[in-house]
Design a protein. Structure first.
Length: 755
């Protein structure tokens, strides 16, 4: 169960809609439907009924299900109930303190309210407090606390569901895991909610039906339509997602957009953001300049950080007054968006407001942006409890800029990490389970380890969560590696244990505890070989070279003599040192001729064998070949969360396409270009076949930041139209990793043929 809690909280509890395109859980603002009407709840609360106070606070929390959005009134009733000892009321008030909705943003008060709620048996308080510790917003991140609170939340919600409060069944299903090994149990919880009249549960049941039997689509859509018309926003968003994923006809996009607007009107904040973006671009909804800020404003005021950031970016684009931009960025930061935090730091620093800059730089640093960790150091403050590798990276950057105190702190961290690595190695060699347990967190994420021992390789796949019950066998398998502590070098930010045939185990340390273990070599799909660093592969090459440049003939075939070419090739070497497998992994501005030249050269290479305990092993590496020094960057895979506000993470095209909410994938040339291509085809007696690739990057709010040409179609007017249409019509919702929005990039390829 622990393995899925991280993704579940951040994707579910903190802002996704049941069955909708953004995940599988209830939204953060909404709690289960209250059991009394607004007037009844308020009168009962005034008469001293504390449960009624909590229910009255729920009704006005997000303006859903036909109730007014009135956070001030919600806070008043939540305070009355919480002060009287009602746990759910404390959870609602804690969420208002955490988000700054209806009151000032006060994370410390939120923690206190959530603790009180959890102690009183309110699962919502436990879950939301666990989520705060997990993502490190408003508090120092603490994975151990996060998991403990999550397990407590699930236990409370399951008990409530199976007992007298079935309205919490959808929450029990959320933390049970609808798509995991306990999916049947989760569906049973959703069904119980539906049977007891909880509309969100019925919407989830319908989505489960569709997933199990696509032939039931008509029945599912009919039931979701009824629920949507009756005022359940998650049914509207679920129906819209079906229309987008599997359109029946040309009107599907319009129907999905109208359903999204309907969900927004019913109080769904994610739908309000989508509807606002759609009304801005005017593709499937009428272009409406007033609707965009209105709908995005509804999303922002209800607690969707990305909507606040989007509005801030729009304000900056239209040269709005700086206070307006900063107000929106600050709200985005208070709601947990790291990009908005970093923007707030920059604006505060520009006007020399160091106190504000430090406050929000601390938040940004907690959430993973190393550059703002540097801002904290530069202002002479202590870093929050972020992982040591992030601290070392920040201290190194500030040290290299001439800041002596940062250099001193960096040295102390490096010494402490090295000592910890030796303690870990001593525990492994001595098979000292007690010592090893003291040096690791309760759960450790392990990624990418390779074991020559077949039994260990079967028992511990490349990605798993190490828990106490698996520690003895894992410790035994680690001992088979004959690892050694590698001295720190260059810009290395983690303590490293090295083992043959040249692999490095990175220890992700926070304070004095190991919480992640990984190797950062590229993945390969070959169970009979280990993936190694490309530099290590090159060091074993018997006289020869990897410097393979495309000749004039290859460039001529590319039709672009000045273009830069790059190709990634997986090279596998057998136990004798001969190449026994090659495969093209990626090519940029390349041609089949260049690929053939690289593969032909690979067939002639010889390597000194790679050894483990004196015995040769088979290895693979991904090498980059290029005629341009700046493209000769070999791929690395670090299974550590990316710098959330820093350089965009590269993702697969289909991963980014899954969050595109507007714009047609098929973009064809304009009529004049088509005519010119047709005339050219007639004169040359050749079929028109154009291929173009572009690098597209979006911000953490989902807005397109840049589009760069990787491979021209060879027709400038078509290139221009592709870029223009992507920029003007494509829109995305934020790309989430563990529920956290990231800036990402991908390669988009267009193929156009004309007969």
């Amino acid at each position: 169960m622990k393995e899925c809690l991280c993704a579940i909280w951040l994707v579910g509890v903190l802002g996704c809609q049941p069955g909708g395109p953004r995940g599988g859980g209830p939204p953060s603002g909404r709690v289960a439907a209250a059991r009394c009407a607004s007037g009844e709840c308020e009168r009962a609360c005034e008469s001293g009924d504390l449960k009624a106070c909590a229910q009255a606070a729920e009704l006005y929390w997000d303006g859903a299900n036909g109730h007014a959005f009135d956070p001030d009134r919600s806070l008043r009733y939540a305070t009355r109930g919480c002060d009287g000892g009602d746990g759910l009321a404390c959870a609602v008030r804690g969420r208002q303190h955490e988000t700054g909705i209806g009151t000032e943003w006060a994370p410390a008060l939120a923690v206190a309210d959530y603790e009180k709620a959890c102690t009183a048996g309110a699962g919502l308080g436990c879950a939301l407090l666990g989520a705060m510790y997990l993502r490190g917003h408003g508090v120092d991140p603490d994975r151990e606390k996060a998991f403990r609170y999550g397990e407590r939340a699930r236990a409370l919600w399951v008990a409530a569901c199976e007992g007298a409060e079935p309205r919490w069944c959808t929450y029990a299903a959320l933390l049970t895991g609808r798509g995991g090994e306990h999916g049947d149990l989760a569906r049973a919880y959703d069904q119980r909610a539906c049977d007891q009249g909880i509309a969100a549960g019925c919407a989830l049941v319908q989505h489960a039906r569709l997933g199990l039997d696509a032939g039931k689509r008509d029945d599912v859509e009919r039931e979701l339509s009824r629920l949507c018309e009756d005022g359940e926003p998650t049914a509207c968003t679920g129906l819209a997602s079906i229309e987008r994923r599997a359109p029946r006809d040309a009107d599907a996009a319009r129907r999905a957009a109208e359903l999204t607007v309907r969900a927004c009107e019913l109080g769904n904040r994610d739908a309000c953001m989508d509807a606002g973006v759609l009304s801005e671009i005017g593709e499937v909804l009428p272009r409406d300049k007033a609707a965009m800020p209105h709908r995005l404003g509804r999303a922002c005021e209800r607690g969707l950080a990305e909507a606040c950031l989007y509005l801030a970016q729009d304000a900056a684009a239209r040269a709005a007054p700086e206070p307006e931009i900063e107000r929106l960025d600050r709200r985005g930061c208070e709601l947990g968006n790291v990009e908005a935090c970093s923007n707030t730091v920059g604006l505060a620093a520009a006007r020399h407001d160091d106190a504000t800059a430090l406050r929000f730089a601390t938040e940004s640093c907690r959430m993973g942006f190393t550059t703002d960790c540097q801002a904290v150091i530069e202002r002479g403050a202590e870093l929050p409890a972020v992982p040591n590798y992030r601290q070392r990276s920040a201290y190194r950057a500030v040290c290299e800029a001439g800041h002596a105190p940062a250099c001193e702190r960096l040295t102390r961290l490096e010494v402490a990490d090295a000592a910890l690595a030796h303690e870990v190695l001593d525990a492994i060699r001595g098979q000292d389970a007690a010592a090893f347990a003291r040096l690791r967190s309760e759960t450790v994420e392990v990624t990418g380890l390779w074991f020559a021992d077949r039994a260990c390789a079967r028992q511990f796949p490349r990605d798993f969560t190490l828990t106490a019950d698996r520690q003895p066998e894992f410790l035994r398998c680690l001992a088979t590696l004959d690892a050694r502590v590698e001295p720190p070098s260059g810009s290395q930010d983690t303590p490293v244990l090295a083992y043959d045939p040249g692999l490095a185990i990175h220890l992700g340390v926070r304070g004095r505890v190991v919480e992640r273990i990984w190797t950062d070599v590229a993945r390969i799909d070959d169970p009979d070989a280990t993936s190694i660093d490309p530099d290590l592969l090159a060091s074993h090459l018997v006289p020869g070279t990897f410097d393979i440049r495309p000749g004039a003939a290859v460039r001529g075939a590319a039709g672009a003599p000045d273009s830069k070419m790059s190709i990634d090739v997986q090279v596998c070497v057998d136990r004798s040192g001969r190449v026994d497998g090659t495969r093209i992994e990626r090519s940029t501005r390349s041609t089949e001729a260049y690929a053939r030249a690289v593969l032909a050269a690979a067939a002639t290479w010889r390597f000194t064998p790679f050894l483990v305990r004196g015995k040769p092993v088979r290895v693979c590496a991904i090498e980059t070949f290029s005629d341009s020094p700046e493209l000769q960057t070999r791929p690395r895979e670090r299974p550590v969360r990316a710098e959330l506000g820093g350089s965009p993470r590269n993702v697969a095209p289909n991963a980014l396409d899954a969050v595109r909410i507007a714009g047609q994938k098929s973009i064809v040339p304009d009529d004049a270009t088509k005519t010119a291509l047709w005339q050219s085809a007639i004169s040359t007696a050749q079929r028109v076949h154009l291929i173009g690739s572009f690098k597209l990057c979006i911000s953490s709010s989902g807005r397109i930041q840049s589009i760069a040409t990787l491979k021209s179609t060879g027709v400038p007017t078509y290139d221009h139209k592709l870029i223009r249409d992507m920029r003007e019509t494509w829109r995305y919702r934020p790309f989430l990793l563990e529920g956290v929005p990231l800036p990402v990039c991908t390669a988009v390829t267009f193929i156009y043929s004309q007969h």
